[in-house]
Design a protein around this ligand. Structure first.
Ligand SMILES: Nc1nc2c(ncn2[C@@H]2O[C@H](COP(=O)(O)OP(=O)(O)OP(=O)(O)O)[C@@H](O)[C@H]2O)c(=O)[nH]1
Ligand SMILES: [Mg+2]
Length: 472
């Protein structure tokens, strides 16, 4: 029995757009007989039932009492030329929550069942319209928080990862076939001796390893990072926060203690999605509300992936700055020398203090934007791991793009496949029987097949699709 407890043959309906006031709202349906079912609650039933695939039909959705619900366009898809491979339709109406819900309820009354999470994509997969890696890329593209993340997901959606997997699998299948001949006709003089293609398998391992190495950066693109702006009052944290966001989000003033509680917003650090926090300036205070704010700053800073510690270069370094910079080792700190546009700004060349002589400061001006690019580049380098090889960095953020795995599940399957291949090579070296080596190679092929869904167990499929949103 399949792990999903609904049948994939009945016609389904779902709301495909967010339930907020908006120009358009879409109710989506799929399954054999869908068009006939909608026609029972449509002002122009004949126009709809006779519509060709990939055409749109204008009319009104009418409820069971004959009341007009909404003026819509219905996009008609005929099997197999649809996303799910089934007969399906998209009812494009107005985007208010009440109207979209009313159209949806009318469809349920007409005989559609509510779709489960990811059921449209599951149907597309079971009908052979997409493989599993490409189906997962649909969710990735929806969840993308930056252009880089979206670009990588789009490449996977276009089949970048699937093609690389197929290509590696074909290499192993070819080697396995040669080994099969050797196993089948061991005494045959004509059989090529040493059919085991150690070099070919080593190349396959390298290609898999390259994809595994790209996962850390892909995970960062998916999950993002937390960056906290901290420092003393009036250092320019809120100004830098606004400058990084390119909007006047936080209140800025020359009064010390302007920010009393933290603020957060979403920023893009060269492709990495970042939750950026502006915080209350750290200082001794008798004001209980401000003290609470300072406590929250310390707590947020301790949970960050990076702290940008802002110092007012006009005021110079205080004992408190020095204490923070020398005592805090985790998470990493980038010291920022702000307000360098001011002529009273103290030059960085001057030895700041003996304990800070090794600290690298980043000179910036939150007002003019000078130095901010370099600051973001530094944060980006720390986040993706400075110790990574150049090639791996390129592979992660820019190089492999859609060939990189997009989920933990895919990364695990890659590691499993590589472990089997390495084991096959070791077994061959140790003089194991050829059929044992062949078994390792088959297991590697099967692990790679889990990525594209050819050999994926039903319960894993169920877990993958149930993480989708309803209507997808
Ligand atoms: N010239 C110049 N002034 C700056 C710069 N950054 C901030 N300022 C000024 O410094 C003052 C304090 O800036 P804020 O951004 O409010 O400082 P803050 O660190 O958020 O201060 P608190 O919220 O009080 O902790 C304001 O008058 C800003 O206009 C800069 O790069 N150049
Ligand atoms: Mg502030």
């Amino acid at each position: 029995m399949k792990p999903w407890n609904y049948d994939l043959d009945s016609p389904i309906a779902a709301i495909a757009t967010a339930l907020v006031p908006s120009a358009l709202g879409i109710v989506r349906v799929s399954g054999a007989g869908s068009i006939q079912l909608i026609s029972a609650c449509f002002s122009r039933p004949k126009a709809l039932t006779s519509a060709l695939g990939n055409t749109v039909v204008y009319g009104w959705i009418i409820d069971q009492n004959g009341k007009r619900i909404d003026e819509v366009m219905i996009a008609v898809y005929r099997s197999p030329a649809s996303f799910t491979g089934e007969e399906s339709a998209e009812i494009i109406g107005h985007g208010g929550p009440a109207v979209v819900l009313a159209v949806y309820r009318t469809m349920l009354d007409a005989g559609f069942r509510s779709a489960s999470r990811g059921e449209f994509a599951l149907r597309a997969f079971t009908n052979g319209k997409t493989d599993l890696a490409r189906a997962e890329a649909i969710r990735e593209i929806i969840d993308s928080r930056t252009d880089t993340a979206r670009d990588h997901a789009a490449e996977r959606l276009a089949g970048g990862l699937s093609q690389e997997i197929h290509s590696i699998k074909n290499m192993i299948v070819t080697s396995l076939a040669a080994l099969g001949v050797e196993i089948e006709y061991p005494e045959d003089e004509d059989t090529v001796k040493g059919a085991f293609d150690a070099q070919g398998l080593a190349r396959a391992c390298e290609r898999i390893q390259r994809m595994e190495d790209a996962w850390a950066a892909e995970k960062l693109l998916r999950d993002g990072a937390t960056v906290v702006l901290a420092g003393q009052t009036n250092a320019g944290k809120s100004s830098l926060f606004n400058s990084l966001l390119k909007e006047e989000r936080a209140i800025v003033s020359e009064i010390h203690g302007t920010t009393r509680d933290w603020l957060e917003s979403e920023a893009d650090f060269l492709g990495i999605p970042v939750r950026l926090y502006d915080t209350a300036g750290i200082r001794q205070t008798t004001d209980s509300i401000e003290a609470e704010g300072v406590g929250r700053t310390r707590s947020l800073a301790s949970q960050a992936d990076i702290i940008l510690y802002i110092i007012d270069s006009v005021a110079g370094i205080t004992d408190q700055d020095e204490k923070f910079l020398t005592e805090t080792h985790n998470p990493p700190i980038i010291p920022v020398w702000n307000k360098v546009d001011q002529k009273e700004s103290k030059p960085l060349t001057k030895k700041l203090s003996s304990s800070l002589s090794i600290v690298k400061f980043f000179p910036v001006s939150a007002h003019t934007g000078d130095g901010i690019r370099e600051l973001v580049e530094e944060a980006h380098a720390i986040l993706i791991g400075e110790n990574q090889q150049e090639s791996q960095m390129g592979a992660g953020i820019g190089g492999l793009r859609g060939q990189a795995p997009g989920s933990e599940r895919q990364k695990k399957a890659l590691s499993t496949a590589r472990a089997f291949l390495e084991h096959a090579c070791e077994a061959e070296q140790a003089g194991f029987p050829l059929d044992a080596i062949a078994q390792d190679m088959e297991d590697a092929i099967s692990a790679l097949g889990e990525i594209t869904g050819e050999t994926t167990a039903d319960d894993i499929l169920s877990a993958v699709f149930s993480s989708f949103c309803v209507g997808k």
